[in-house]
Write a protein that binds this ligand. Structure first.
Ligand code: IMP
Length: 191
């Protein structure tokens, strides 16, 4: 079986990605003994994904991938965007981030938003990128308990439930991360 390290400590993400990659032997950062916090100082998803993947690749020498993702809101000039994980400041706190986004959207007419994910894969020493987007709208009040992060207010296009109300299988089929992971899995399966 092919082996790959997933360079993320985000439990929500890791759970989703593991569900989508059952034919590949996935190692967590804990499995490979990597316990450093990698800074994400850049203004692009690509650069942040690359910095995480390469730190873990240098440490393990193994094939590895990292995802950098966030939610982009046109009415807020694209924020929180790459800063989604610490929108309400440090330390990172998903609940405070969500409350801040709800408050920032209170007076906005345009409620469109999209999630974006960029995966950086380092495979046999070469660097590859895979992207996915998922468009939808933001509701004013939280609904549902599934997913993570901003999911309780994000309703994907074509649905009337939030990502936090939909089954994880459904979310994975349409999500930004799901789309990027599928592209990466197709790539790996053809190696
Ligand atoms: P990263 O770990 O730096 O990529 O941060 C991603 C951040 O974007 C998360 O902490 C969430 O705030 C947000 N995010 C990314 N994907 C999702 C998702 O699928 N649902 C909800 N929030 C997400």
């Amino acid at each position: 079986m092919k082996e790959l390290v997933i360079a993320s400590n985000n439990k929500g993400k890791v759970k989703e990605i593991k569900m989508m990659m059952q034919d590949i032997n996935l190692y967590s950062l804990e499995d490979v003994g990597f316990d450093k916090e990698v800074p994400e100082p850049y203004d692009t998803f690509n650069e942040n994904a690359h910095t995480k993947a390469s730190a873990v690749h240098e440490y393990t020498g193994k094939n590895v991938f990292a995802d950098d993702s966030g939610i982009c809101v046109p009415a807020l000039g694209g924020a929180p965007g790459v800063h989604s994980a610490y929108y309400a400041g440090l330390p990172r706190d998903n609940d405070r981030n969500l409350e801040k986004l709800i408050a920032d959207m209170a007076d906005k007419e345009d409620r469109s938003a999209y999630y974006k994910a960029v995966i950086c894969l380092i495979w046999d020493g070469e660097v590859y990128y895979f992207e996915g987007e998922c468009h939808g709208t933001l509701v004013a009040e939280k609904r549902g308990t599934g997913g993570f992060g901003y999911d309780p207010i994000f309703v994907p296009e074509g649905y009337d439930k939030t990502f936090a109300e939909l089954q994880l299988e459904v979310k994975n089929n349409l999500s930004h991360r799901g789309k990027a992971v599928k592209k990466m899995v197709d790539f790996i399966n053809n190696r």
